[in-house]
Design a protein around this ligand. Structure first.
Ligand code: SF4
Length: 301
């Protein structure tokens, strides 16, 4: 890691205080006491209090260290992180039961070092949570398993109510923003296969803005994502996680009114639900509430 690069000053619409409050403190203790990682804390998400206070939470499973090094991500990187905790499925289920959240998101680091890239561990986490918290809606934010469909299906068959996989950025920026093992077409293929494997299970993806993409590229990306049957889209502002040069600088802070207009554009392409705004993240409460409502009262096809 080379010397730090100065981070750009935040525009007024991005200046918010960090989450506090008794409920947040209690839930932090619950997850930390079992050695679990929440993305909410790892990414210092500005929405934490709203989400946790409102009954949703996001857990990162398979540890807090990834075998990849995407240049927008604050997760630690190593070639051989420690093996996943075999007790994690039960610890996770107990913590989520204690938190009594209505909607939980499980996300994961990439484990390119493991023979099955962690697929069986992820499936075990999903099954255990579903067994202990049958009424809880569960979203699985997947990695790409380097495009291996048999590993993907191990997780797709484990009972998640929503399948998510992030395309992250427009095609032109993929190789400079995401790890070399990730790919734009590969990610579209993951979303396409998830929809083919279980057509009634909603699929979801997320894009970061402010890394140099053009509007024309965004519109083409919306169309590509819709073309593989994805129903849910979230659009949020990229924020540089640390001062290190490993993390890409913010090219532009996209104003809220532009997020609104892009959201409208995406909705006009047929997405069931679009959350678009500076603070929107891939696991975003509003989207989750929509999905929860949809899962409870599915609209006849
Ligand atoms: S794959 Fe990339 S985005 Fe995902 S946890 Fe690893 S470094 Fe972060």
């Amino acid at each position: 890691m080379t010397a730090d690069a100065p981070r750009r000053a935040l525009p007024p619409w991005l200046k918010v205080g960090l989450a506090t409050g008794p409920n947040v403190a209690r839930l932090k203790t619950a997850s930390r006491s079992r050695g679990l990682s929440t993305v909410c804390e790892e990414a210092r998400c500005p929405n934490l209090a709203e989400c946790w206070g409102g009954g949703t939470a996001t857990f990162m499973v398979m540890g807090d260290t990834c075998t990849r090094g995407c240049r927008f991500c604050s997760v630690a990187t190593a070639a051989r992180p420690s093996l996943p905790d075999p007790q994690e499925p039960s610890k996770l289920a107990l913590t989520l039961k204690e938190m009594a959240v209505e909607y939980a998101v499980l996300t994961t680091v990439c484990r390119d070092d493991l023979p099955d890239q962690g697929a069986s561990h992820l499936a075990a986490c999903l099954r255990e949570v579903k067994a202990v918290c049958p009424d809880m809606k569960l979203e699985m934010l997947l990695q790409d398993f380097r495009g291996d469909k048999s590993l993907l299906e191990l997780v797709l068959g484990a009972g998640a109510d929503v399948i998510a996989h992030n395309v992250e950025v427009v095609e032109r920026l993929t190789s400079s923003v995401r790890d070399a093992k990730a790919g734009y077409r590969q990610s579209l293929e993951i979303l396409a296969h998830a929809k083919k494997y279980s057509p009634q299970t909603p699929t979801k993806t997320s894009l970061m803005l402010g890394l140099g993409e053009t509007e024309a590229e965004l519109i083409q990306t919306f169309k590509d994502i819709r073309s593989v049957g994805t129903e849910i889209l979230t659009l949020g502002q990229y924020l540089k996680p640390t001062g290190s040069r490993h993390h890409l600088p913010v090219e532009r802070f996209v104003p809220p009114e532009e997020f609104d207009r892009l959201g409208e554009l995406a909705r006009s392409l047929g997405f069931l639900y679009v959350a678009s705004g500076p603070f929107v993240r891939s696991s975003y409460r509003a989207a989750e509430l929509f999905l929860k409502g949809r899962l409870e009262k599915p609209v006849a096809a």
